[in-house]
Design a protein around this ligand. Structure first.
Ligand code: NAD
Length: 462
């Protein structure tokens, strides 16, 4: 595995001003697999200056040429997909098959979609006696989490470049090696120097310096609500644009008419996938009182099957945190029907796929984001009760509804306070806007809606 000991700034790898390093650990065996520089505020400043200097040229580059660079980027990522999948597996711990299919597969789709959008989007429109130009916002400070290391990067950088913005990326501490591979791919794709820059570093140091930097016009952040709140405050004080993709506690609502076995099995798979480290995971399953025990048995059986098929959680802190939530669930009186707080292996940050029954809406495990393979089953009395429970958290990122026919599910989904809902197991759509209601965030990613985050309008009247 290749590890750079520099930062990618202005088209080249260069030593960091910061002297610290970040150790990268494989969560499956707790072995050190690399070290990357911990950039500091000076490094961030150098990177922002490079992005600022590159901005006028890139903004003026015809959209067709920006599309060509994005196509080249997509092709470079595709050519190196095995190396990327292995790197994600090494630093995140997900099984290699999942890394190939999802951690690399999804970003390839997203990068391809922005190559298309850059070429086809109307960056100019007529409204009556006005011509409205959609112009790039400027320099983007992108701050990403570790749970989908490449997807989170591509979901910000690809639309930013398509719009004509330049970028400084500060990736998560746990997964910087995937970010380095991405920077190499950008370089190979012929993206001009300074258009994309990478500063690895600690959140409260490099991340904060990036969010606060006066040369950054838009902060695009994905991560926890706690940090997002702080970044929103900093951006607000500077009257700077901000996009926040934050936490979730999504509801999977199984209406009485649904195919229960299908809904439960897909629901369990959704929560266990990526070891539960998915912000949009449907971690609360809502079942009608009459079919509740049937669903509990199905969910417990399904979860056990994931026992040795899921990877570890990302690091020792998450390992403690997730198992702490399981202990809290027990202490608050939920009924454990699969898994539990004990570490299933002596080495590696593994957590047993866990299912709780008899979870009530006020319990901690029904309210807080756990970010591990832990599912809560809640019983409801009728549809209004289900809606109250589904909407009864501070979050509103995603969700699912199951019913005998789509129309019944859609009617319920329209009443949910959430940004994205899968109807009867609907498939991932890389062009559909993704983002949260309430404290799950501000703004949208993916597709044309995601592109709009990086554009601002100028109206000319005639
Ligand atoms: P985190 O908020 O701790 O870190 C996210 C990023 O922010 C990292 O790059 C980190 O270094 C940086 N950071 C930390 N402190 C900072 C500061 N003071 N200033 C600037 N940057 C700072 O989150 P995490 O633990 O890495 O990720 C898990 C969280 O991310 C979960 O809550 C999850 O729901 C959320 N998430 C949301 C989405 C979404 O699209 N809504 C997607 C993935 C993850």
């Amino acid at each position: 595995m290749k590890v750079h000991d520099g930062l990618y700034i202005d088209g080249a790898w260069r030593p960091a001003e910061g002297t610290g390093t970040i150790t990268v650990v494989n969560p499956a065996d707790e072995e050190e697999i690399g070290r990357v520089p911990a950039g500091n505020a000076l490094d961030v400043d150098t990177a922002v200056r490079a992005a600022r200097a590159a901005f006028p040229g890139w903004a003026a580059t015809p959209p067709a040429e920006r599309a060509a660079r994005l196509t080249a980027l997509r092709d470079t990522l595709a050519a190196r997909q095995e190396e990327i999948a292995e790197t994600v597996t090494a630093e995140l711990g997900s099984p290699l098959s999942f890394s190939r299919a999802v951690h690399v597969g999804a970003p390839l789709l997203v990068a391809g979609s922005y190559a298309d959008l850059a070429a086809t989007h109307a960056f100019e429109e007529r409204i009556g006696n006005s011509t409205v130009f959609l112009e790039p916002v400027g320099v983007v400070g992108a701050i990403t989490p570790w749970n989908y290391p490449l997807h989170q990067i591509v979901a910000k950088v690809a639309p930013a470049l398509a719009a004509g913005c330049t970028v400084v990326l500060k990736p998560a501490e746990d997964t910087p090696l995937t970010a380095q591979l991405f920077a190499e791919a950008v370089h190979e794709a012929g993206v001009p120097a300074g258009v994309f820059n990478l500063v690895t570093g600690l959140g409260p140091v490099a991340g904060q310096a990036l969010a606060e930097h006066p040369g950054v016009d838009l902060v695009s952040f994905t991560g926890s609500t706690a940090v997002g709140r702080r970044i929103g405050a900093v951006a607000g004080a500077a009257v700077k644009r901000v996009a926040l993709e934050l936490g979730g506690k999504s509801a999977n609502v199984v209406l009485p008419s649904a195919d229960l076995a299908k809904a439960v099995n897909v629901g369990v798979a959704n929560v266990m996938s990526n070891s539960g480290q998915t912000c949009s995971a449907w971690t609360r399953m809502l079942i009608h009182r009459d079919r509740y025990e049937e669903a509990v048995a199905l969910a417990a059986t399904a979860a056990v099957k994931y026992g040795d098929r899921i990877g570890p959680v990302v690091n020792a802190r998450q390992h403690e945190r997730v198992r702490g939530y399981i202990r809290t669930g027990l202490a608050e009186g939920a009924r454990l029907v699969a898994g539990g707080p004990d570490a299933p292996r002596a080495r590696g940050y593994y957590v047993s796929p866990t299912v709780f029954a008899d979870v009530t809406p006020g319990m901690t495990i029904a309210q807080e984001e756990i970010f591990g393979p832990v599912l809560s089953l809640l019983a409801y009395e009728d549809e209004d009760d289900a809606l109250r429970i589904a909407n009864g958290t501070v979050y509103g990122l995603a969700g699912a509804v199951w019913a005998a026919d789509d129309a019944e599910a859609v009617a319920f989904a329209r009443r949910m306070d959430t940004g994205q809902v899968d109807i009867n197991g609907g498939r991932f759509n890389p062009l559909a806007p993704f983002g949260g209601y309430k404290q799950s965030g501000v703004g949208r990613e993916l597709g044309a809606h995601g592109l709009s985050e990086y554009l601002q309008t100028k109206s000319l009247q005639f």
